[in-house]
Design a protein around this ligand. Structure first.
Ligand SMILES: [Ca+2]
Ligand SMILES: [Ca+2]
Length: 212
């Protein structure tokens, strides 16, 4: 299943992880049962440049979590803009509750963006190719990771998921040149989608807020 090239990489990654391991941050967002008695490991090489669907890279403090098909988190790692390793915990068969992966279950990944407090699904591929499943003591090397940020909402300039007076204030600030909007904010502020941000967008947004 594993290619010779990924087997060759194992000692290199173990060395790299061991030398940087002392500074590894602990996840604060994703929680899971650790030390269940069985696990697998996936290495996340820095060279794969994990990124969001809008092209921005994962930042230090963002978290990558691994989930069972039943949406149970079974491991997470804090991205620190260097190669890392994610321990994927298997189910403890000596206890009744399911607290980890069972053999053969497909791995699902989610990413938490610290700056926005948004959690989203991530699409991951591995060096070995096929869709990956949990095998105790398995060792995988990630080949790509793209986290799919949720679609932004027109009018939600501060991207907090709600349309309210704060968004109106931001559009007014943009119109008065008191705020230089980012590309995303420009998109969200243009409520009537006519390519310019002006009082018509404010009027429309107020209408949306009053008549949700
Ligand atoms: Ca908002
Ligand atoms: Ca407009």
């Amino acid at each position: 299943m594993k290619s010779w090239s990924s087997l060759f990489l194992i000692p290199i990654f173990i060395l790299a992880i061991a030398s940087f391991g002392f500074a590894q941050l602990q996840p604060v967002h994703f929680s899971f049962a650790a030390s269940t008695g069985s696990n697998a490991t996936t290495v996340i090489p820095l060279s794969i440049d994990p990124a969001y669907s809008d092209g921005q890279p994962l930042a230090t403090g963002d978290e990558i979590g691994v989930f069972t098909p039943d949406s149970l988190c079974c491991g997470a790692v804090v991205w620190q803009e260097k190669s890392g390793a994610l321990t994927i915990w298997g189910d403890n068969q000596e206890t009744t509750p399911i607290d980890g992966f069972r053999a053969g279950e497909q791995l699902h990944f989610r990413v938490w963006q610290q700056s926005t407090d948004i959690e989203c699904e991530a699409e991951v591929t591995f060096e070995s190719g096929d869709t990956e499943t949990f095998q105790a003591n398995g060792f995988l090397v990630m080949k790509s990771l793209v986290a799919h940020l949720p679609e932004r909402l027109r009018g939600d300039v501060n991207n907090d998921g709600a349309l309210d007076i704060q968004d109106v204030m931001l559009i007014v600030e943009i119109i008065l040149n008191k705020k230089a909007p980012t590309e995303d904010e420009t998109w969200a502020a243009d409520c009537n989608e006519d390519g310019v941000i002006n009082v018509l967008d404010v009027v429309l947004l107020v209408k949306w807020i009053l008549n949700p």
